[in-house]
Design a protein around this ligand. Structure first.
Ligand SMILES: [Zn+2]
Length: 262
């Protein structure tokens, strides 16, 4: 008997939304997410927030992004691969350190400024305790990444309405729809309706898990770490996250540190 990984409650799909730069338009975006039960991740440059009247202040981030994820985007938004490596480390570490002082939890997610990186940057992120980092290379697919420090999204939000029906009709589990963008694009282009329309289409479905980037990354890593028996009838979960596995009897939660019959 084989064992599949599914999401909490036996759901087969996950939707995660990822927004960069901490602009004031994030407030409106968070309201739309909250109204529809969607979860967002917000990638912030801690060194730029309080200098700008059009960005969320550091003192506000815990409140504005409550229920969503605060994540790194480097301290001052540089092209990381063009910096001396010690400066890459400072950019990532200072961003983490400053955001954590206001978020009050480990801030270990990230997206690349300008979407750009190289092998050295990836290794420095790993050394700084970053758990995932998103690129800007759209796959237009619903797969899960091999390397979470090079997490390629499904699409920018300009393509989300086009791809949403494919996602909702998609039959291979587990499927991840990862949308990224900037909230100011909705403000500048006057197309907030697109996000409202998308949220109406995808919200409230019992086969979709609405989840932040970090919770999804941790869940998938924990799923991959599941220890399964040769006959597929049981599994041990060595991680700290409850993982759902689907064996002969359907989806079953495997609790942290426990063995479950499947
Ligand atoms: Zn950015």
């Amino acid at each position: 008997m084989s064992i599949d990984i599914v999401f909490p409650g036996g759901r087969t799909k996950a939707l995660t939304l990822s927004y960069d730069d901490g602009r004031d338009f994030d407030r409106r975006l968070v309201r739309i997410f909250n109204d529809h039960g969607l979860k967002g991740t917000f990638h912030l440059n801690a060194g730029l927030l309080n200098d700008s009247p059009v960005k969320i202040d550091l003192e506000e981030i815990a409140e504005v992004y409550a229920g969503h994820e605060i994540s790194c985007h480097a301290f001052t938004h540089p092209f990381l691969e063009r910096l001396p490596r010690t400066e890459v480390m400072r950019e990532v570490w200072k961003d983490r350190e400053t955001l954590e002082a206001y978020a009050h939890y480990p801030v270990t997610g990230m997206s690349y400024p300008y979407g750009s990186s190289d092998d050295t940057v990836v290794e420095i992120l790993r050394a700084c305790g970053i758990e995932y980092c998103r690129t800007t290379q759209s796959t237009r697919k619903f797969g899960i990444p091999n390397e979470f420090l090079l997490w390629h999204p499904t699409c920018h939000h300009r393509e989300m309405l086009e791809l949403a029906p494919n996602f909702l009709n998609y039959h291979y589990a587990p499927a991840v729809f990862y949308v990224w963008g900037h909230s100011y694009e909705f403000g500048n282009n006057g197309n907030w309706d697109d996000m409202e329309k998308f949220a109406d289409m995808v919200a409230g479905r019992n086969d979709v898990w609405y989840v932040t980037n970090i919770d999804l990354a941790r869940y998938i890593k924990a799923s991959r770490a599941l220890v399964t028996a040769t006959d597929g009838r049981s599994a041990f979960n060595p991680s700290g996250v409850t993982v759902w596995a689907r064996g002969a009897n359907g989806p079953v939660p495997v609790l942290p540190g426990a063995t479950a019959a499947l």
